[in-house]
Design a protein around this ligand. Structure first.
Ligand code: 13P
Ligand code: SF4
Length: 395
């Protein structure tokens, strides 16, 4: 789809005070009652979460989008790739709005369709006797999701990555040979987050030397043909710039300063960080772990700062700190604020759909297939499979 840029916000929305904005948002929500659902990702600021009908990680919000019936609009308070997925998964009449078109994701932008097609050609040429199953992390454009859907693969999120990879290693939805067997060895091409791919594959028992990184700016992704053929996982060279801020030394520091503290991180963190942590999992997994532990539990959390601060406020009976002292802020998530939400809602109230996210029909067809495969594979939220605190279960 062609990305539409954010038009300047009418000045009035910048001049309103927070109480005025809140009053106007509440009035608009009331007027749109029964026609609207607001979905809010865990990384949104508290002021936005206050108006979300549903909050969750990207898997949960996709599920919520798919089950909305009888309404006209979904306002997606998150980033662009999440709103695209919501548009694909919602029933036909539902229109999806992203309050600020500038809310993108640098990781999703690290894999373009052209680069993907080029990679696919080169891989097929280098490994003609193998079955290659493409899997993309939710944090990718609808075009990449459509590509994996059309080629026998699926989307995964950080909460069901391991289960999706198990499905893919059994051949995914790729064509079987006439005798029903897969063609040769099964290889996974994983987009665009090398860290989620590596952390999950390692937890499944694959050694690091069975994984190669594909740099889209280099011939054969920067690899020789032999290691490329031998690899079980080809990991796209992408990463999240927020989670890249957490380093192994931060875990060492916490171990020295707070010997009783549990370290829990998102699997977008580097492998070295995840190895030193006690637990790793999706944003929903992190929330559930904190909710399930007794008062007095101490946590150092490695993920986006808005979620950590919210958990800190909601659980004063626990001690919660950010794993590093840097500002681990997702600046694009942060673009969704009260002025933009108010502007989008007031336009809807007048029948103007601003910032509509609409995926074209061709992309939608195969992206739907890839996303529905994802929704059918339930996750554990705990891709690295490390030990959970006593008495905790995660569904
Ligand atoms: P979750 O799938 O855990 O919601 O994470 C999405 C994301 O963008 C993390 O950076
Ligand atoms: Fe993208 Fe990272 Fe922000 Fe998640 S935290 S939306 S991966 S930039």
């Amino acid at each position: 789809m062609n990305r539409v840029w954010q038009q300047p916000l009418p000045e009035i929305y910048r001049q309103l005070s927070e109480p005025e904005l809140r009053l106007r948002i509440e009035t608009a929500k009331e007027a749109l009652n029964g026609k609207l659902a607001i979905l809010g990702h865990h990384y949104q600021q508290d002021a936005i979460i206050d108006y979300a009908d549903f909050t969750g990680d990207s898997f949960e919000l996709s599920r919520r989008a798919a089950e909305q019936k009888g309404i006209e609009y979904v306002i997606f308070c998150g980033v662009h790739f999440m709103a695209e997925s919501a548009d694909i998964l919602t029933h036909e009449p539902v229109r999806v709005v992203l309050p600020d078109m500038g809310a993108g994701c640098s990781m999703a932008d690290m894999a373009s369709l052209d680069q993907t097609l080029e990679c696919w050609e080169q891989l097929k040429e280098t490994c003609p006797d193998q079955t290659i199953v493409p899997i993309t992390y939710m944090n990718s454009s609808a075009a990449i999701k459509a590509f994996v859907g059309e080629n026998g693969g699926a989307v995964c999120t950080s909460s069901n990555c391991r289960n999706v990879l198990e499905w893919a290693l059994a051949g995914g939805a790729t064509e079987r040979q006439s005798n029903g067997d897969m063609k040769g060895k099964v290889k996974i091409l994983f987009f665009p987050d090398q860290h989620l791919g590596r952390n999950t594959a390692y937890a499944m028992g694959y050694p690091l030397d069975k994984m190669v990184v594909w740099d889209p700016r280099e011939e054969l992704g920067g690899n020789d043909a032999r290691p490329l053929r031998d690899a079980d996982f080809v990991l796209w060279k992408g990463h999240c710039s927020v989670h890249a801020l957490f380093r192994p030394e931060h875990v060492d520091q916490v171990r020295r300063d707070h010997p009783n503290m549990k370290v829990i991180v998102h699997p977008e963190c580097k492998w070295e960080v995840v190895q030193k942590a006690d637990m790793a999992g999706s944003t929903a997994y992190i929330v559930k772990q904190v909710q399930a532990t007794p008062p007095g539990t101490e946590w150092a959390i490695g993920t986006e700062v808005h979620l950590i601060n919210r958990l800190k406020n909601q659980h004063p009976e626990q001690k919660i700190i950010v794993l590093s002292d840097c500002q681990c802020l997702c600046t694009t998530m942060y673009r969704i604020d009260l002025p933009h939400l108010c502007w989008a809602l007031e336009n809807l109230m007048e029948g103007n759909v601003v910032n509509e996210i609409k995926v074209d029909a061709h992309t939608r067809k195969w992206a739907t297939v890839a996303l529905e495969r994802m929704l059918a594979i339930k996750g554990t939220g705990n891709p690295i499979g490390k030990q959970q605190p006593q008495g905790t279960t995660v569904d």
